[in-house]
Design a protein around this ligand. Structure first.
Ligand code: PLP
Length: 383
C-alpha cells in the first residue's frame, strides 16, 4: 500500500479526461464522435515553424540549453511583449517553459504556500484550481456567469471576495471556457483592487492572439501600477497550433524570476532545445498563418452562434479564444453525459469550470462537423 501525499489527494482527476475517455471508448467501438471537448486548434503547425525545428535538429541543437531558455528566444519574446505594450520586460525577466501550463505551475509553486488565498474568476480554466491545491492554497471564487462572463459587472463581487489575505488573482482574457475579453475599465478596476490589497496578478494571455472583429485583449501589465505585480503568461500552443510541441513562457519582475528559476531548473531543466529554436521562427516569421486560423475560428463561431439561435438557444458571443458556453440543463453533467452517450457529441460540463448549467464547446472543428453536432443534439432533444 502507498501513502499518498496530501497535495495529490486534494486534487480530483480532470473532468475533461472523463469525457475524452468516453469519446475514445465509443470511437474504439466504431462510433463517429464529434469531439467539441478539445482545447486545441484543429490546424497543423505552420510549415516555417516545422522547417525551423528540422533545421535545428540537423544543426545538432539537441542538448540542454541554459535553464531559462536560449537568449535568441527570450529576446524574441521580450520584443513580442514590447509590441503588446509590455515594454519593461527584457530577456532577463523571462523563463521559457515546456508549455504555458508548466509556466503557471511554476508560478503557483513559487508564490503560494499552505493556506495562501488565490482568487479565481469563475468560470475558470480547470488547472488553476488544481495548481492552487497542489501548492496548498485556498480559493476564493467570483462568479461572472451571471453577468454574461463580463468582468466589469462582477467587480463589486471581486472587491468583496478579496482581502489583504489574498496572495494571488488569476485573470485570463480572452478566457477559457467562455471566450470573453475583458474591457479596459474592468481591468482598471482589477488594478485598483490589486493595488489596494497588495495582490499579485497572473495575466494568462495564452489566447491573446485569437480575438474577433476589432477586439483586442489588453495586457494587464500595461496598466500603470501593474508592472511590479503582474506575471504575464503566454505560449505557442494556441496561436501557432503548437500544442504538442510544449512551448510557453512567463515574464515577471526579477525577484520572481530568481525564485521561480529554482523550481524550473530543479524540475524541467529547460524547454526542448530545437523546439525553442522553432519558437523564434514562430514569433519572427509567422503572421499570415495566424490571421488565417483566426479568420477560420471567427467564421465557425458565427456559424455556431446562429445555428444555436435557430434552435432558440442564446449564446453569449465570445470575443476571443475558440470556446463558447452553451446554457444547458441545471444538471450539466447529465446533459454532457447524454450528449456523448446518445448524440455522440463530446462537450465539457460547465461545473468542471465552477459554473454548472452550461456546457463548454470548442469550435476548433470544421463547419460541417459543427453543423453535424447541432443536428445530433437537436435529434436527441438536447437543444
Ligand atoms: N491557460 C489556459 C487558459 C489554457 O486553456 C491552456 C490550455 O488549455 C493553457 C493555459 C496551457 O496551454 P499550454 O500548456 O499548451 O501552453
Amino acid at each position: 500500500d502507498f501513502t499518498f501525499a496530501d497535495r495529490v489527494e486534494r486534487v480530483s482527476p480532470s473532468a475533461t479526461l472523463a469525457i475524452s475517455n468516453k469519446a475514445s471508448a465509443l470511437e474504439a467501438d466504431g462510433v463517429d464522435v464529434v469531439d467539441l471537448s478539445v482545447g486545441e486548434p484543429d490546424f497543423d503547425t505552420p510549415q516555417p515553424i516545422k522547417n525551423a525545428a528540422e533545421d535545428a535538429l540537423d544543426a545538432g541543437h539537441t542538448g540542454y540549453t541554459s535553464s531559462n531558455g536560449i537568449p535568441e528566444l527570450r529576446e524574441a519574446i521580450a520584443d513580442k511583449l514590447a509590441d503588446d505594450g509590455l515594454t519593461f520586460y527584457d530577456s532577463e525577466n523571462i523563463i521559457v517553459t515546456p508549455g504555458g501550463k508548466q509556466a503557471l505551475f511554476e508560478v503557483f509553486q513559487t508564490l503560494i504556500d499552505d493556506g495562501d488565498e488565490v482568487a479565481l474568476l469563475d468560470p475558470a480554466w480547470v488547472s488553476y484550481e488544481a495548481m492552487t491545491k497542489i501548492a496548498g492554497g485556498t480559493i476564493t471564487r467570483v462568479d461572472t456567469a451571471t453577468h454574461d462572463f463580463a468582468l466589469e459587472p462582477a467587480i463589486p463581487d471581486l472587491a468583496d471576495a478579496v482581502s489583504d489575505e489574498t496572495e494571488l488573482l488569476v485573470v485570463n482574457s480572452p478566457g477559457n471556457p467562455h471566450g470573453a475579453v475583458y474591457s479596459d475599465s474592468a481591468l482598471e478596476s482589477v488594478r485598483d483592487i490589486a493595488v489596494e490589497h497588495d495582490i499579485t496578478v497572473i495575466s494568462d494571455e495564452i489566447y491573446k492572439e485569437i480575438t474577433y472583429h476589432d477586439t483586442t485583449a489588453t495586457s494587464l501589465g500595461t496598466l500603470s501600477g501593474m508592472e511590479d505585480r503582474t506575471i504575464t503568461v503566454n505560449g505557442f500552443s494556441k496561436a501557432y497550433a503548437m500544442t504538442g510541441w510544449r512551448l510557453g513562457y512567463f515574464a515577471a519582475p526579477e525577484s520572481v524570476i530568481e525564485q521561480a528559476g529554482k523550481v524550473h531548473s530543479h524540475s524541467v531543466s529547460c524547454a526542448t532545445n530545437f523546439v525553442q529554436r522553432a519558437g523564434v521562427t514562430a514569433l519572427e516569421d509567422v503572421d499570415e498563418e495566424i490571421d488565417e486560423m483566426v479568420e477560420a475560428f471567427s467564421e465557425r463561431r458565427e456559424f455556431l452562434v446562429s445555428a444555436f439561435a435557430d434552435h432558440g438557444v442564446d449564446i453569449v458571443e465570445p470575443d476571443g479564444a475558440f470556446y463558447m458556453m452553451v446554457p444547458v440543463a441545471d444538471d450539466d453533467q447529465a446533459w454532457c453525459d447524454e450528449a456523448i452517450s446518445n448524440a455522440h457529441v463530446a462537450t465539457v460540463p460547465g461545473s468542471a469550470f465552477g459554473t454548472p448549467g452550461y456546457a463548454r464547446l470548442s469550435y476548433a472543428n470544421s463547419k460541417d462537423r459543427l453543423a453535424e453536432a447541432v443536428d445530433r443534439l437537436v435529434d436527441e432533444d438536447l437543444l
